[in-house]
Design a protein around this ligand. Structure first.
Ligand code: PLP
Length: 372
């Protein structure tokens, strides 16, 4: 009983009657896939963000994969990405035979350090997959300049950064094609799903064909003009997504206020490094609230206490290059990206979701401070 009243979950979606109403509309229409709800969702999303084109897909990973296909990544091509990210940031080009090259991160922002990216470029480099980790915008202009200088494709994994601002404008609007993800722990959800934003009508048409088994715009159901995939988002997912887009102006500020409360509660707790603060060029969209503790032993001690008290947590994020399949396939070892490895050993995600209550946050901080 104590656990039930005092425990705090790690995350949870923020859904209401509007989503139920839209899902019901789809169910009653009988068009559960490739129906009008997909177009409504894409249009509403694109308009909300201020991008010309958006193509909904079955997951963020699927969207990233399609951008790698669209960029022409081929076997043996090197692709530079961040080691301090979710595995999909690298898997998306490995599917095409791309070879991962990890550029170490900045200890403050946890995003790729442009100097490390520059040093990682070789004649075999084909693309850069930049990540806006934990919703904090990457060094977009500097990274894009490196890509332009070397003729590289530039893909932005903004899966955690819906609504984040870089130099005053939302990610997705600056030009590079970007992917946003809608798993239930993200800022908004479609159950499973993602969306690719692009500024090119040609690329948008290609993405819509690729996600739909390579079917053409005008051909029939059984004509396939290219090698495609089944990466479609269902209309049920799109209905949930449309309801979520309609309340983004409520969701995003609420999440920012939740983060503000943690910032205040944790300010005077010694040994807790808070997420990087916004500045004129970078305004975070809050996906998770991740703190850095003194060392791995301290983190594991806190985790034992959280487990005992029913407080949700996760070890966000392990370094991708040290995952078992990465060590096996490429022989990556400790020491490749020391900044990422150090932070992976001591960063911790605290319970964070749109509807979390202040007293739940106070409980989390009380338990954390007690464990420290
Ligand atoms: C969530 C996420 C993705 C995509 O995840 P899916 O579960 O495939 O939707 C990709 N990259 C990052 C950094 C993410 O956080």
């Amino acid at each position: 009983m104590k656990q039930e009243t005092r425990g705090v979950p790690l995350s949870g979606p923020y859904l209401g009657e509007r989503e139920e109403e839209l899902v019901l509309e789809v169910m009653r229409s009988g068009q559960l896939s490739l129906g009008p709800m997909i177009d409504r969702f894409e249009e509403a999303f694109a308009e909300h963000l201020g991008v010309p084109y958006a193509a909904a897909v079955s997951s963020g990973t699927a969207g990233l994969h399609l951008l790698c296909v669209s960029a022409g990544v081929e076997p043996g091509d090197e692709v530079i990405t961040s080691p301090y990210s979710f595995a999909a940031s690298a898997n998306c080009f490995i599917y095409e035979g791309g070879v991962p090259v990890f550029a170490d991160i900045d200890a403050r922002t946890l995003n790729m350090d442009p100097d490390a990216v520059r040093a990682a470029v070789t004649p075999r480099t084909k693309a850069i997959v930049a990540v806006d980790i934990y919703g904090y915008p990457c060094e977009l202009d500097e990274l894009r300049a490196i890509a332009d200088e070397h003729g590289l494709a530039f893909i932005q994994d903004s899966c955690e950064a819906l609504g984040a601002l870089y130099k005053g404008a939302p990610l997705g609007t600056h030009g590079p094609s970007s992917v946003f993800a809608f798993y239930p722990n993200k800022q908004m959800t479609t159950g499973e799903g993602g969306i690719v934003t692009t500024h090119s009508e040609d690329e948008w048409r290609r993405l819509r064909s690729l996600r739909n088994q390579g079917r053409g715009d005008s051909g029939g159901w059984l004509e396939h003009v290219r090698l495609g995939y089944n990466y479609r988002l269902s209309d049920v997912g799109a209905a949930i997504g449309l309801g979520q887009v309609e309340k983004l102006d409520e969701i995003l500020p609420r999440r920012a206020r939740v983060a503000q409360v943690y910032n205040e509660l944790l300010r005077d707790v010694e040994g807790v490094q808070l997420p990087a603060a916004d500045d004129a060029d970078h305004v975070r969209s809050w996906f998770v609230y991740v703190v850095a503790l003194r060392d791995n032993a301290t983190r594991e001690r806190v985790i034992s206490t959280f487990e005992r008290e029913g407080i949700g947590f996760n070890r966000y994020l392990p370094s991708i290059h040290l995952q078992p399949y990465m060590r096996e396939r490429y022989g990556f070892r400790e020491g490749l990206c020391p900044v990422s490895e150090d932070l992976s050993s001591r960063t911790l995600a605290l319970p964070f979701f749109t509807a979390i209550e202040r007293d739940q946050q106070e409980r989390v901080v009380e338990v954390l401070a007690g464990a420290l």
